[in-house]
Write a protein that binds this ligand. Structure first.
Ligand code: GCB
Length: 583
């Protein structure tokens, strides 16, 4: 529990003018206990706090045991949404723009034996250059609104949860330490080719680097004394998604890459990184994992649950992975932002393939300028840096449903796609398109065409008899234009659990089943041609803004927000288990 208060002053700047970071937050005014990690929005009964836009302040105390002060002491925040400033003992130590990704600072140069106070101020305001973008609209009609009244307009449809969403850690490393490891794998006949680079700091103090690849039993299967090189793993066990497991291969085989660093005082640092040997590629009609065709049958998700909002929650992570297995889903998209590292660890370990998406959701006209682009590149860099060694990640998604029919989208996505390919030539890149195939300007830079479709929901609502014709024509047109494989990354219908009507009616469980089943008929046909994946929108119901089109949130889940199955979950389960055996 941290101390917490929002700055609801008219200026929204009282915290800075009164320097709340210079003394315990409770001395600045009333504070409440706030759990970390969690979104702050749903923790109290206050509507003002739930819907708050502006600076929220947290503080807490920590100690660094004297024996650790001889080491490098680092403060790491696994994620906070959105714009964050951190002070230690009243001194500003770091700032970070953007949710969903970690940031850290070395505290060694500050006196931190303690007791220490860490103060964190977080602003959830979204602007035209943040990711996701948003706008603040001031309402100036004095007959309708009080002075200074504003609303936050968002271009995404999920609730803008805010706060310290993931863990805050103090960790230590030796002074001469392993700073970064990059592993890239290839396959030659039955051998795994493991190329690696180890970065150590300060490089001048390093005497030697030793690397060893350990198998699951801890036996060394390859070693080297170089900080950079390639190791051949003979008769390698490849990393396979669990749906591709046969008697000859195992699920998600992870090796350990063990690095030992020596300085003139002996062994100074050791790090063991789990990794998998696998390759990803695409032809004009296929997605290949380890040179074998892979059909992705999965779900798009959200980090979202009652009370904690987007806060990290281990029981929820375990439950969701159990439900993915129950469903037979072999693939998830981290719609619409990078998920917690603890979730990604499970995907690596359990053999669930991931399309790793940036928070670039709802990029519209006015969000394609240079400032937006350079921030987007920065976010892609942080995301790739964080997830580059994960075997589960097969594709980077630059964005969800940008206005990619606009001419300015072409340069924007060309630049990001080239940047991503340069940083990571071993994975595929995409963004999830929503424009009509004739208007689409940027999908040429995607390796796989990812498309969200809502025929019979947002268009021709209720007319499930049109899905077959419309979806077939649309997907075929996209594929013919670009000669690339296609994944339908979203399709779904809002469904209120427990609402039944026969014949089907929108919002009933019967309608959701009928709707999904009509899509499946098309998928089953096009799967033989160029379709390489289908992903339901959404795994579970999730919270949105308050709108007349949403009944307390988006209800397109196969599961309720509390993770109980709707009728559709059983239908998907039978489909996915069937697909698994034909994969
Ligand atoms: C979409 C968006 C997703 C929405 C979904 C819907 O196309 O990508 O964020 O939640 O539609 O249900 O409207």
């Amino acid at each position: 529990m941290w101390n917490f208060r929002i700055d609801a002053s008219e200026s929204r700047f009282q915290g800075f003018s009164e320097k709340w970071y210079t003394r315990p937050l409770k001395q600045s005014g009333p504070v409440i206990p706030m759990p970390v990690p969690a979104s702050y929005n749903d923790i109290t009964q206050s509507k003002e706090l739930r819907d708050f836009v502006g600076w929220a302040w947290y503080d807490n105390e920590f100690y660094v045991p004297p024996e650790l002060t001889t080491k490098r002491v680092v403060l790491r925040i696994d994620s906070a949404h959105y714009n964050t400033i951190v002070w230690v003992n009243g001194q500003e130590v770091m700032q970070h723009f953007g949710g969903h990704l970690p940031f850290e600072v070395e505290l060694t140069k500050y006196d931190v034996q303690g007791p220490n106070r860490v103060t964190v101020a977080i602003n959830n305001t979204l602007t035209p250059t943040t990711l996701p973008p948003g706008t603040i609209e001031y309402k100036n009609d004095p007959l309708k609104y009080p002075k200074g009244y504003f609303v936050q307009n968002l271009q995404m449809d999920f609730f803008n949860y805010a706060g310290i969403h993931r863990s805050v850690k103090i960790y230590t490393t030796p002074k001469v330490y392993i700073d970064d490891i990059t592993i890239v794998t290839g396959i030659q006949e039955t051998n795994g080719m493991v190329s690696y680079t180890v970065k150590s700091t300060p490089a001048s103090s390093v005497q030697s680097v030793h690397v060893a690849i350990l198998d699951r039993e801890g036996r060394s299967v390859g070693e080297s004394g170089q900080s950079q090189g390639q190791i051949t793993v003979h008769n390698a066990n490849l990393w396979w998604p669990y749906s591709m497991v046969t008697s000859a291969n195992e699920t998600a085989y992870l090796y350990t890459f063990k690095v030992t660093l020596t300085s003139n005082s002996g062994v100074t640092d050791q790090y063991s990184l789990p990794f998998g040997i696998r390759t990803v590629s695409a032809t004009s009609t296929q997605l290949l994992l380890n040179n074998k065709p892979f059909y992705c049958h999965g779900v798009a998700k959200h980090e979202d649950a009652d009370i904690r909002g987007k806060g990290l929650d281990f029981p929820l992570i375990a439950k969701d992975f159990n439900l993915l297995r129950w469903l037979g889903a072999n693939c998830i998209r981290t719609s619409h932002y990078p998920y917690a590292e603890e979730i990604m660890d499970q995907a690596d370990q359990q053999g669930v393939v991931v399309i790793d998406e940036s928070p670039g959701v709802g990029i519209h006209k006015g969000n394609f300028g240079n400032e937006s682009l350079s921030h987007h590149l920065q976010v892609m860099e942080e995301m790739i840096q964080r997830d580059k060694n994960r075997p589960a990640v097969i594709m980077w998604s630059m964005a969800n449903e940008p206005q990619s029919g606009l001419p300015e989208a072409e340069f924007y996505f060309k630049t990001i796609s080239q940047f991503v390919k340069k940083m990571d030539p071993t994975r595929l890149v995409t963004f999830v398109a929503n424009a009509d195939y004739q208007e689409e300007k940027a999908a040429q830079y995607n390796d796989i065409l990812c498309i969200n479709r809502y025929f019979a929901w947002y268009s021709d609502c209720s007319h499930t008899e049109l899905i077959n014709l419309q979806l077939t024509n649309d997907l075929q047109a996209f594929h013919s234009k670009y000669s690339k494989p296609v994944i339908v990354t979203e399709y779904g219908a809002d469904t209120i659990p427990g609402l039944h009507q026969d014949p089907s009616f929108v919002f009933t469980e019967e309608f959701q089943v009928e709707f999904l089943t009509e899509y499946h008929k098309v998928f089953d046909r096009l799967k033989k041609e160029f379709l390489v994946g289908e992903m339901v929108w959404n795994f579970a119901d999730f919270m949105t803004l308050q709108q007349i089109t949403r009944v307390v949130g988006n209800k397109k889940g196969l599961f309720t927000r509390q993770r109980q199955p709707k009728m559709s979950a059983h239908v998907m389960r039978s489909r996915y288990h069937g697909l698994m055996h034909s994969n």
